[in-house]
Design a protein around this ligand. Structure first.
Ligand code: BTN
Length: 270
């Protein structure tokens, strides 16, 4: 299973395979880079760029997360960004939550397929969890000078053990190697993820009404007591799932509420 991808990173034949076996039309590969999303935001400004374009790195040194968050990664992690046409993926755009959820769902489906039995879940709006630990995150951004395109960044801890991570990260996160004990071929994992992302973004583009049900089924918060903090607004109650607009549905003491953004804390332990 492991052919030392962790040591050597992606090779030219891996890049050929990614283009051949997925919807990606061009690949830009870096041995290391600060942030694939930052690079993809610049690349997206090139008018003749073949889409979807993939920016891929063996090592991301200054990954960005949602808001002011940073994304820690190490060799053996999957960190990549896709540039996709906006019209293709989200004709009815009402914020980017739907795209984050759809990408998170696709990442979870790919991991599930690679390792059946993993207790995977989506933590609204942009995280993928295994049990109570974060294994992946999604960052959707619009290039300011190319608003007809969208950058979808994906970070997943695969062969990078969290034993090497800074303590605050290690306490909350995990990786595939940590939960399974196996190292994975990163190209296989990436190809699987890109295929699922292609399928799910197509479902999003045609406004497939089944998506909300799939988000809800995959949502680790459904049925749990949650606290959603969005600036000064705090919503506390039982999560009922995710609606078609991508909003988190919460049953509170004052009736049902829809949360369009915010940071969620699960109340009452794992
Ligand atoms: C989050 O947890 O808030 C989202 C994390 C997203 C991380 C990925 S890694 C690839 C891409 N490049 C970045 O700088 N960030 C995203």
């Amino acid at each position: 299973m492991d052919r030392s991808v962790t040591a050597h990173g992606f090779r030219p034949d891996d890049l050929v395979r990614i283009r051949r076996d997925t919807f990606v039309q061009c690949v830009e590969h870096h041995r290391d880079i600060a942030s694939t999303n930052t690079r993809a935001l610049s690349l997206a400004e090139e008018p003749g760029l073949a889409l979807p374009a993939l920016v891929l790195t063996d090592l991301q040194t200054a990954g960005r997360g949602r808001g002011a968050n940073r994304w820690w990664s190490d060799r053996g992690a999957l960190t990549f960004s896709l540039v996709v046409p906006r019209s293709h993926v989200e004709p009815l755009s009402a914020g980017w939550t739907r795209m984050s959820l759809t990408t998170g769902l696709a990442v979870g489906e790919a991991l599930q397929q690679l390792r059946p039995g993993l207790e995977l879940g989506l933590k609204w709006p942009n995280d993928v969890y295994v049990r109570s630990r974060k294994i992946g995150g999604i960052l959707v951004e619009v290039p300011p000078r190319a608003p007809d395109r969208v950058v979808v960044g994906v970070g997943v801890n695969v062969n990078n053990s969290l034993a090497c991570a800074p303590a605050p990260v290690a306490e909350l996160a995990t990786s595939l190697i940590d939960v399974t004990g196996y190292a994975f071929d990163l190209t296989v994992v990436l190809v699987q993820m890109l295929r699922h992302i292609a399928d799910e973004l197509t479902a999003l583009a045609r406004a497939d009404s089944a998506l909300a049900r799939r988000w809800t089924v995959f949502c680790m918060l459904t049925g749990r007591q949650v606290r959603v903090a969005a600036g000064q607004r705090i919503t506390i109650g039982t999560c009922q799932g995710i609606d078609e607009s991508g909003a988190l549905q919460v049953d509170t003491a004052h009736g049902p509420q829809r949360c369009l953004s915010g940071v969620v804390t699960v109340l009452g332990g794992d």
